[in-house]
Design a protein around this ligand. Structure first.
Ligand SMILES: C[S@@+](CC[C@H](N)C(=O)[O-])C[C@H]1O[C@@H](n2cnc3c(N)ncnc32)[C@H](O)[C@@H]1O
Length: 236
């Protein structure tokens, strides 16, 4: 991807409040009291809940994203997932939520996730599988959107293979879905603000096609199914 990740997120932090709420199912897989590293915590969508039940550190490349997370905790560190400033075995859980596809050297980062986990600790990756991408609202209006999303987001078997190479084991896959009902204007705002990287990779014409299709079919509110996936693996 040619876009600079840090630069991209420094610019988007002010719009992150127009995303939908963080999927609550994820917390069910994080044991109460576990020490959690939230890699690429962004605006703190997961931290908001995690801090109520876990000792948690939020880590991100982007200062402006961390600034938003300050609302929930001061346990924050500005650092790169490829070079994590914590000692070996510091955490029970490493959460990598909608971040995997931004990693420039996923193997190097995965080795860091392995290093900072305790033995018996888990990595929890929340991401979009290629099936999730095919099911998404925006893919329904644009094949081009689906293709670009698939190009930039690795599918679950690829992530699994890489984690296995690093030494992770005991894999579980969990497919999740959420029914959403949102104001059409809110969806259009997300597109206009290019909140997802994929929009930066589409032509204005293609973006206009998605917007006009959504406005035509859902003048007031959009009802849709959002599917996402959780991949869990253990440091044995
Ligand atoms: C799509 S946002 C996800 C934010 C949050 N995890 C969530 O689920 O709402 C991706 C975040 O990962 C951060 N990020 C990307 N690459 C990173 C890296 N190499 N190290 C640390 N953070 C990174 C970005 O700055 C951004 O805040």
């Amino acid at each position: 991807m040619s876009l600079d990740t840090k630069e991209f997120f420094e610019k988007k932090a002010d719009y992150y409040n127009i995303l939908n709420d963080y999927p609550p199912d994820v917390f069910g897989f994080i044991p109460m009291g576990a020490r959690v590293l939230d890699v690429g915590c962004g605006s703190g969508r997961a931290l908001q809940e995690l801090v109520k039940r876990n000792w948690t550190v939020g880590m991100d490349l982007s200062f402006s994203m961390l600034e938003k997370s300050k609302k929930y905790t001061r346990n924050l560190v500005c650092a790169d997932a490829h070079n994590i400033p914590f000692a070996e075995g510091s955490f029970n859980v490493v959460l990598v939520s909608f971040v995997w596809h931004h990693l420039q050297h996923p193997f190097k980062a995965a080795k860091e996730f392995w290093r900072v986990l305790k033995k018996g600790g888990i990595i929890l990756i929340v991401t979009l599988s290629h099936e999730d991408i095919a099911n998404s609202l925006f893919s329904a209006y644009s094949d081009e959107y689906r293709k670009k999303d698939e190009e930039r987001i690795p599918d679950l078997p690829d992530i699994h293979a890489l984690l296995e190479e690093v030494g992770f084991d005991n894999f579980s896959y969990i497919g999740k879905c959420k029914h959403l009902r949102e104001k059409t204007s809110r969806i259009i705002e997300r597109i206009d603000k290019r909140i997802f990287t994929t929009f930066e990779l589409l032509s204005d014409k293609e973006i206009e096609k998605i917007k006009s299709g959504i406005k035509r079919d859902f003048p007031e509110e959009v009802f849709y199914l959002w599917t996402y996936s959780i991949l869990i693996a253990e440091k044995v």
